[in-house]
Design a protein around this ligand. Structure first.
Ligand code: ZN
Length: 148
């Protein structure tokens, strides 16, 4: 395992962390938007009309109240679909991060085969003897410490 390869894994991990953070922020702001959409829905259900700025906040630019209920519903579906998309992306990123953290030197076992020698038993059989030693890269944990 070269330093260069390790640095590449670290860079990839940091890139994923950045994307994960952005996705979390996007979900948070979409959830806020969902809240605003709910408020507009309640207003409309109570035969009221949301203000233009309330509508602008949820992405609706309109001068008419005709079909407003459906427009708001459409926005809600769009926002909910976006949230699902980001949540799937976050899951995907988490899986990629987990696989990057598996120590490539020992494949996550925490130990490496040091040497293989052959021993002859008294009965004459020859058996292989493998000595294991703690993986130097992950110090036996099987995982790279990439997050700090
Ligand atoms: Zn290891």
């Amino acid at each position: 395992m070269t330093e260069e390869k390790l640095a590449r894994i670290r860079r990839e991990f940091e890139r994923l962390q950045g994307r994960e953070k952005a996705a979390h922020q996007a979900v948070e702001s979409l959830r806020n938007k969902l809240q605003l959409i709910s408020q507009c829905q309640i207003t409309v259900e109570q035969e009221g009309v949301p203000t233009l700025s309330e509508l602008a906040d949820i992405g609706i630019r309109t001068t008419t109240t005709v079909g407003l209920h459906y427009k708001i519903l459409g926005q809600r579906r769009q926002v909910e679909a976006s949230i699902l998309g980001y949540e799937a992306e976050i899951k995907n990123i988490e899986a990629k991060k987990a696989s990057l953290m598996v120590c490539p030197e020992c494949s996550g076992k925490g130990s490496v085969n040091e040497s293989k020698t052959y021993e002859r038993l008294q009965e004459g059989a020859i058996i292989p003897v493998v000595s294991m030693s703690e993986c130097a890269l992950c110090k036996g944990s099987g995982r790279l410490s990439l997050s700090h």
